[in-house]
Design a protein around this ligand. Structure first.
Ligand code: ADP
Ligand code: ZN
Length: 435
């Protein structure tokens, strides 16, 4: 198949050559990092100047860099180039605390755009496509990150930004949008707006692909979106500290996301002990940038939990794949001694057709006892229907959740559109236990 790869040579580099390339770039990165106040001090403290790091194993003698380090060094402590060389600032969304600042030189931005283009091309986006980016533009990386990536690929790119659902739909119709990038929780919501407008995205748009990411979502959510919109949906993963989108992405096999090993060195560790876990076992993803100039990061702990699949991919790319992100280590909550990830609840709910497009998990403490309430929006026709059927559905959902998470939640069925919705990433858990 001609034209299957964005950069054939890099995409299909033999694992051994890929490792060699990684090591060359790592050495360059370490030297570059030594120019920043934070890393020069760290190398001195650990008596490990870049020259002494002779293998990827040596690298493990350096401590991890954490989000707290980024916060402590805010704003310029990680900067490895003179201020006049930086041309852009981005910031994480601040989902889990104070935001952090990430700087880029022009070369960094070019590299990033190329990575996003490589991801989009891999999924199947081509320059003939009309690409609508429904991400927030601004400090959030999903906007400009995809904008420049899609332009690099050569597709007509509509920077529609987030929100304003009716206008999104009009743009899709007016310009025959074929590919969208969208946060999954927003895509679920947007479908309802199509319905309200008396439209069916399957018939009334030219959509063929959906790139979904920026927040944890289950396979069941993907399948729902594919059915609702009549598209193929591809998982897109990234984090601001590693540029943003473009870190890992699904190929047409849709079985794990390739991460670009010429750009990032990935380790998987046990979040409790910090020790490496073998390929195939779940752990926290730790990243070292291999091509960054303004702000190299070494052994950065992402808190994101996933599994690395070492097996070669039938698509022919040699870069390894990671599983869907299970969530951040701090997304997990404990209820009655049981560890629960919101993703488990997403999977269960999205597999039940009567369930609508939004839900909320509330954790409360009453008389020293914790309980979990799951508020679930149901499809309008069920909500208006017979009370007996509604109660049957409530029991069915309770039982499905109980068998997945092993505790019995209190399930409340609520009217469509009655739960709060955020503009950006969905807030799925409200923990009132400490209040
Ligand atoms: P914040 O950390 O404040 O949310 P970012 O915008 O940098 O700011 O978000 C990156 C994080 O979003 C990742 O570390 C990960 O937890 C989550 N994320 C991004 N893409 C995905 C995805 N496809 N699946 C699951 N989680 C994702
Ligand atoms: Zn593949």
């Amino acid at each position: 198949m001609p034209g299957r790869f964005w950069e054939k040579e890099i995409d299909t580099l033999k694992p051994k050559d890929l490792q060699k390339l990684q090591f060359r770039r790592l050495q360059k990165t370490l030297k570059q990092a030594a120019r920043s106040p934070f890393y020069s001090q760290l190398f001195r403290k650990h008596r490990l100047p870049p020259e002494k790091i002779k293998s990827l194993t040596d690298l493990k003698n350096l401590p991890f860099t954490t989000k707290q380090d980024l916060r402590d060094q805010f704003p310029y402590g990680f900067l490895a180039v003179p201020r006049e060389k930086i041309v852009r600032l981005h910031s994480s969304s601040g989902t889990t605390g104070r935001a952090t600042a990430i700087f880029h030189t022009q070369k960094d931005l070019d590299g990033w755009a190329n990575l996003v283009a490589r991801c989009m091309f891999m999924a199947g986006v081509r320059k003939e496509d009309v690409f609508q980016n429904m991400s927030g533009y601004g400090l959030f990386t999903g906007g400009l990150g995809f904008q420049y990536g899609a332009e690099r690929l050569g597709a007509l790119t509509i920077p529609s930004g987030s929100g304003n659902s009716k206008r999104q739909i009009h743009l899709m119709q007016d310009f025959s949008t074929t590919v969208v990038h969208v946060i999954p929780s927003y895509a679920l919501h947007l479908w309802k707006v199509f319905e309200e407008m008396g439209l069916d995205p399957k018939k009334d748009t030219k959509l063929r692909m959906m790139l979904i990411g920026a927040e944890p979502h289950s396979e069941a959510t993907r399948q729902r979106l594919e059915e609702m919109y009549g598209v193929e949906a591809f998982n897109s993963y990234g984090l601001s500290e590693m540029n943003g989108p473009g870190v890992a992405f699904e190929c047409p096999e849709k079985n794990g996301m390739h991460f670009w090993e010429d750009d990032f060195l990935v380790e998987v560790i046990d979040p409790k002990t910090g020790k490496a876990v073998p390929d195939g076992e779940e752990g926290e993803l730790v990243y070292t940038t291999l091509n960054r100039e303004a702000m190299p990061l070494i052994r950065y702990r992402s808190k994101d939990l996933a599994t690395v699949y070492p097996e070669p991919c039938p698509c022919g790319r040699t870069h390894r794949r990671m599983s869907r992100i299970k969530g951040r280590s701090d997304d997990m909550f404990i209820l009655k001694g049981v560890n629960i990830f919101p993703l488990q609840i997403d999977t269960t709910l999205m597999n039940i057709p009567e369930v609508g497009t939004n839900y909320l998990i509330v954790l409360e403490r009453e008389n020293f006892e914790d309980r979990m309430i799951v508020r679930v929006e149901v499809r309008p026709e069920f909500f208006k229907g017979d009370l007996f059927q509604l109660e049957k559905l409530r029991r069915q959902i309770t039982e499905a959740l109980r068998s997945e998470i092993l505790v019995t939640p209190k399930v409340e069925l609520v009217e469509p559109d009655s739960l709060p919705r955020s503009e950006g990433k969905a807030v799925r858990v409200m923990d009132k236990r400490e209040m």
